[in-house]
Ligand binder design. Sequence first.
Ligand code: SF4
Length: 178
Amino acid sequence: MYDDAVDRRPAKPVRIAVSSCLLGNHVRYDGGHQRDEFLVDVLALVCELVPVCPEVAIGLGVPRPPIRLLGDLTRPHARGVENNELDVTAALTQYAAHMAREINEISGYVFKSKSPSCGIRGVKVHVPGARSASTGVGVFAHEFTALQLLLPVEDEARLAPPGLRDCFIERVFAYRRW
Ligand code: SF4
């Protein structure tokens, strides 16, 4: 006999967006990936990981010319390393706004560190005339996190120490409950 009062549907998995290259997908500018063992071999067992690659999504293709952050430190542009005329700032910003609205029921986001698109801290910014190196935030990550202010976010480099890793997972599950 079944008890009709009990909801027997399986609980929905916790969903976390992840920079696609960290999941072993060959989406980097040079056709490579940055597979992260913790994400693929551990976190994927308990969460649904949703791959996102903004540079592929805006049509840059694989392989593609590499880009870098250039210009004003507070709002740098994403421009081609070899071809300064290539400026994908607007496309990355628009895609971030689209994803912040449309991506379904995620409870966290793990970004690729140091990427001019996905990095959430410490991304090298080339400021013309500056003597020392400066750092900032990737264009896609900047817009996405501004529009998803409460979402727990980290990059894979910061998830290496177990303490920070546990803290992030707790924040993700708390966000999901909330
Ligand atoms: S860092 Fe971001 S834009 Fe670059 S390959 Fe990975 S997912 Fe794509």
